[in-house]
Design a protein around this ligand. Structure first.
Ligand SMILES: [Zn+2]
Length: 110
């Protein structure tokens, strides 16, 4: 699935996914496979990662967006934030992947 240019609703914002060749360079420079760029309302995804990894990173960066400007942002250090979000990313990806009926039910409940 091509992510570049897609939009994602994250809290009150619609953010654009940035996963083109320039994003590869930015990710390499940052030493990361993704980044939440809140000021620009963009999420950087390194398209060199395997597709399942890109999607997990997208969820991870969206959670950074949900975290930003909340009381949690002041309560925890950046290192603690990263550990919490990484833990939730792994767990949520597993729960959503292994229980497609649950995802369907969430969508149908709308
Ligand atoms: Zn992170």
């Amino acid at each position: 699935m091509k992510l570049d240019g897609r939009k994602l609703r994250v809290g009150p914002f619609t953010v654009r996914i940035w996963a083109d060749k320039d994003a590869e360079s930015a990710a390499a420079a940052a030493g990361a496979s993704g980044a939440w760029l809140g000021d620009e309302l963009r999420i950087l995804i390194d398209r060199r990662s395997a597709p399942p990894r890109q999607l997990a990173t997208l969820l991870h960066e969206a959670m950074h967006g949900l975290w930003e400007d909340t009381p949690l942002d002041k309560q925890y250090t950046d290192e603690q934030e990263e550990a919490i979000i990484l833990t939730l990313e792994r767990g949520l990806v597993q729960v959503l992947r292994d229980n497609p009926w649950f995802v369907d039910a969430l969508l149908e409940a709308e």
